[in-house]
Write a protein that binds this ligand. Structure first.
Ligand code: AMP
Ligand code: MG
Length: 361
């Protein structure tokens, strides 16, 4: 299969480009498209064969269900057979936006979409290109992140092309994703509702609407059993083993420096993935090792601006990976707000190797 890439205006998607993309989806093909969270790999959600192509292209296990993207809250009844009041409240509050709701599945949704479950995950994306695509298709679009299974999610069209060239019909390029981590997932098919994945809408925001929200997804140590199907411990995997260091800022920086020196002395090429403030703090003691290429420093966003850390995380992880480290160390931005989503993704990239140096302060 030849993969075409087309640029599209992020704010005002060209009708001709969207008609091209919609025609591919309607005839059962695959289109990678931007959303405000990450790039998605889309197919017609009610066409089981088309949906199967998503799993084949990604190498994704059939046990890992997909998110169905719809045009608006009015379309909910076409994919969900029941919408509890709390789900409607959340939908009205956060849609379009980075919140996915798990609801009892409508019979028209094929079981391949939901990995055999009786529930379906649904979202209304906010990105104008995603919205235009769903509207031009006139059908719901099933779309997981547009990466090969267990790799970091793509936040640019180039990331998609790197991994899915020859496996997808069309990639729509509208520039980098603005949120940068995947949607928050809330299971509203159970009472009380359960937070399954941290994401663009924060736990703190959700508690305003859902005071009894059960937080199943922990944001720190990912060694717990899967909170949701597909929320595997091994996820977002870089090519070198990563250890996440969490705790108070000063203690974290001290540990990054000590560990980098120790590992470099054993012949490792040590990659450090950290917010800009941490990178600046560890640079002076590591200058010589950085100059000789034994330590590779890579910043992702700023602690002072948490949204920038979420936005840049996956691209920075890929960029650091490409510099050829043999071992990786990372620090997060705390556990509040979007920090919980960043920490969750880093602890999954670390496959549970999380070192707590002091209690967070
Ligand atoms: P992705 O879009 O690649 O982040 O993958 C979608 C994720 O949504 C899956 O990995 C699951 O964790 C979650 N998901 C999808 N459908 C359901 C469902 N019916 N119940 C619980 N979680 C779901
Ligand atoms: Mg994914």
């Amino acid at each position: 299969m030849t993969t075409r890439v087309r640029t599209v205006d992020a704010a005002r998607p060209e009708a001709e480009v969207m008609a091209d993309a919609a025609a591919i989806i309607r005839r059962g093909g695959l289109v990678a498209f931007p959303t405000e969270t990450v790039y998605g790999l889309g197919a017609a959600a009610l066409d089981a064969e088309a949906v199967q192509r998503i799993f084949d292209a990604k190498g994704r296990p059939s046990t890992d269900p997909l998110i169905v993207h719809i045009a608006g809250v009015d379309h909910l009844a076409t994919v969900a057979r029941e919408v509890p009041p709390v789900a409607l409240t959340l939908a009205q509050h956060y849609w379009p936006g980075p919140l996915t709701l798990v609801l009892p599945k409508h019979a028209v949704v094929p079981l391949v979409v939901t990995a055999g479950r009786d529930t379906v995950a649904v979202r209304v994306p906010a990105h104008p290109v995603a919205r235009a695509l769903i509207e031009a298709c006139g059908v719901p679009i099933a779309a997981p992140s547009a990466n090969r299974f267990s790799r970091p999610s793509p936040t640019t069209a180039a990331h998609v092309v790197d991994e899915l060239q020859g496996r997808v019909d069309l990639v729509l390029d509208a520039g980098p994703a603005t949120i940068g981590v995947e949607s928050t997932i809330v299971d509203c098919s159970v009472s009380p509702p359960r937070l399954l994945r941290h994401g663009g809408v924060t736990r703190e925001q959700l508690l305003d609407d859902v005071p009894d929200l059960l937080v199943v997804a922990r944001s720190g140590d990912a060694r717990e059993s899967q909170a949701a199907p597909g929320q595997l411990l091994r996820h977002y995997a870089p090519s070198a083993p990563l250890t996440l260091v969490v705790g108070g800022e000063t203690a974290v920086r001290t540990r990054l420096v000590d560990e980098a020196r120790r590992l470099a002395a054993t012949g490792e090429r040590v990659g450090i993935l950290a917010p800009e403030e941490d990178v600046l703090a560890v640079t002076p003691p590591l200058t010589a090792l950085a100059a000789s290429g034994r330590v590779l420093l890579q910043a992702y966003g700023r602690r002072a601006e948490p949204a920038s850390a979420a936005r840049d995380l996956f691209a920075a992880l890929r960029a650091l990976d490409a510099r050829g480290p043999t071992v990786l160390l990372a620090s997060g931005i705390g556990d509040e707000g979007i920090g919980a989503a960043v920490r969750d993704r880093l602890s999954r990239a670390a496959e549970g190797r999380v070192v707590v140096v002091t209690p967070a302060c």
